[in-house]
Design a protein around this ligand. Structure first.
Ligand code: HEM
Ligand code: NAG
Ligand code: NAG
Length: 328
């Protein structure tokens, strides 16, 4: 593979050393991090996300999920982007599932010619996710910046840390808690499923088969339609996570749950779970957001900032990668 966009590796590393080592360990992320170092960063990311979504609206959702899957494994450090057999991208929750890597490459290539060695891949992912939300009709929130890139991927960390749609809500809540997010964040951030698609293999457990009977918490008409979509066993067939407005970022995700029209078990479980403390908390929140879209939007922005701040590398930790797919 050719990495012609990546200037000379040496130039990049030297610049990175000169420009980026002023910070100290444990620095906070800020919204003005690139205001002097690379003020054009917003325009570049925005234009790429806009044109990617003009080609395929779903890409906004894919970029949002990319950020989530980056942050949950070793913090938001761009580690999901690293190629190689031990890559996180080949872990079960990511392989043939996470999308958007080419969009990140294209953004990074432009940024390297504009301000070489300055903008981290982890920040590119965070910004791209923000524009993906915004251009889907979702809230604007101030994306905090100043992350640096990790040197290694953690495949087993991805297998362990990323939530599965098949596990109970209590165990999803535990995984969020492991990275400093609470039960409210689980419900708010699950609202990301107001956009994007999921493959049959991720919800066919809820349909009638030789080994399972239909899920009573799934609307029967919707179940019949999914059954025919997934007939033939192509686990890669996709359908909208939000049946009522597939590509629009809105509160319909929560309204669907009130009528048993959540797609994944882990979606519907937020409303239809067994009556324990967790279930009654998540149920009340679903009810609130199904009613109050403004509250959902402002809480979503706040939870995204929180998720985007999971264990960032700052100061002199990590590096600014030249090419998002390989450590320098
Ligand atoms: C709460 C636990 C969660 C579980 C169990 C879960 C699970 C899933 C699954 C199984 C898919 C479909 C994957 C496929 O078809 O290959 C998916 C898609 C998606 N997820 Fe989640 N997810 C969770 C939370 C989140 C969070 C926190 C975000 C972002 C803040 C998010 C954003 C998305 C988006 C946008 C898509 C659609 C991606 C696309 O169309 O390319 N999810 N999720
Ligand atoms: C990978 O993630 C696990 C958590 O699942 C953690 O214990 C381990 O230290 C991580 N390894 C590396 C190399 O970061
Ligand atoms: C889904 O697509 C992937 C990649 O193209 C392929 O490896 C896999 O076999 C497909 N799965 C099914 C069930 O068709």
């Amino acid at each position: 593979m050719e990495y012609s966009h990546c200037r000379l590796l040496l130039v990049c590393s030297v610049l990175a050393l000169c420009l980026c080592n002023q910070g100290a360990r444990g620095d906070e992320l800020t919204s003005d991090f690139y205001d002097y170092k690379c003020p054009g960063v917003y325009t570049v990311v925005q234009q790429h996300v806009f044109s990617a979504m003009r080609d395929e609206l779903r890409m906004g959702a894919s970029l949002l999920r990319l950020h989530f899957h980056d942050c949950f494994v070793n913090g938001c450090d761009g580690s999901i982007l690293l190629d190689g057999d031990e890559g996180e991208k080949f872990a079960r929750p990511n392989q043939n599932s996470v999308r958007g890597y080419e969009v990140i490459d294209a953004i990074k290539a432009d940024l390297e010619s504009m301000c070489p060695g300055v903008v981290s891949c982890a920040d590119v992912v965070a910004l791209a996710a923000g524009y993906g939300v915004l251009f889907s009709g979702g809230p604007y929130y101030d994306v905090l910046l100043g992350r640096r890139d990790g040197l290694v991927a953690n495949q087993s960390g991805a297998e362990k840390g990323l939530p599965s749609p098949f596990e109970p809500i209590s165990s999803i809540v535990q995984k969020f808690s492991d990275v400093g997010l609470d039960t409210t964040d689980v419900v708010v951030l699950s609202g990301a499923h107001t956009i994007g698609r999921a493959r049959c293999g991720l919800f066919s457990n809820r349909l009638t088969s030789t080994t399972s009977s239909a899920d009573p918490t799934l609307d029967s008409t919707m179940a019949a339609n999914l059954q025919s979509l997934c007939a033939g066993g192509d686990g890669n067939q996709t359908t909208a996570l939000d049946i009522s407005s597939a590509d629009a970022f809105d509160k319909h995700y929560y309204q669907n749950l009130l009528t048993k029209k959540g797609l994944l078990s882990s979606d519907q479980g937020l409303f239809s779970g067994d009556e324990d403390v967790v279930a009654s908390t998540t149920k009340a929140l679903v009810q609130k957001y199904s009613d109050d879209g403004e509250q959902f939007f402002s809480d979503f922005g706040a939870s995204m900032v929180k998720m985007g701040s999971i264990r960032p590398l700052t100061g002199s930790e990590g590096e600014i990668r030249c090419n998002c797919r390989v450590a320098n």
